[in-house]
Design a protein around this ligand. Sequence first.
Ligand SMILES: [Fe+2]
Length: 231
Amino acid sequence: MAASLIGTSARTALRSGASATQRAAGVAGLTFARGKATLPDLPYDFGALEPSISGKIMELHYKNHHQTYVNSYNQASEQLQEARAKGDIAAQIALQPLINFHGGGHLNHSLFWENLAPKSSGGGEPPSGALSKAINETYGGLENLQGKINTALAGIQGSGWAWLVRDKQTGDISIKTYANQDPVVGQFEPLLGIDAWEHAYYLQYQNRKAEYFKAIWEVINWKTVEKRFSA
Ligand SMILES: [Fe+2]
């Protein structure tokens, strides 16, 4: 999948020099330090996505929600290692839902931050090249794709995500929704994810989630999507 593991040196390099666009396109998914998952660097300031997403939401979403997924995933991973060491298969199986939920939460949010960019760094600029061609061929244009993703988002009952994905075998792109924090794994690769959990918008949009789904397109980083599509 597009997400990959990067080491300390790569993160340091990213912190020290790369532009926001390079960082957003180049960083992918999970980061680890000494075998533990860690919160990835956010490639822009909390308030940089306003007015589409308020700085307060970004701060809470990143520092509280995402951090909790990281912490809980690490805790479940440690328990899994202990169960493995003991040869306790039942305990290992019992931990899988926690690994899926918190590991998925960490992976999904890591990909999500990279899917966003301030307008000053290219947020909202339409895709080009092979991705643009695939969107036109599959959906008849970017606006149609956005409309279909927004419809998918609106149809999510409870918490979940909508993703533009690529089939690993056929290369075709399609829209999928996932419940809770179920990650995009297996047959499909995640290209673009939009968080439909209430914590992603409620502080700013309350129950007007359609406004959030509309506004977020203003800060979508299509360069990241292109990069994942071409990987
Ligand atoms: Fe979230």
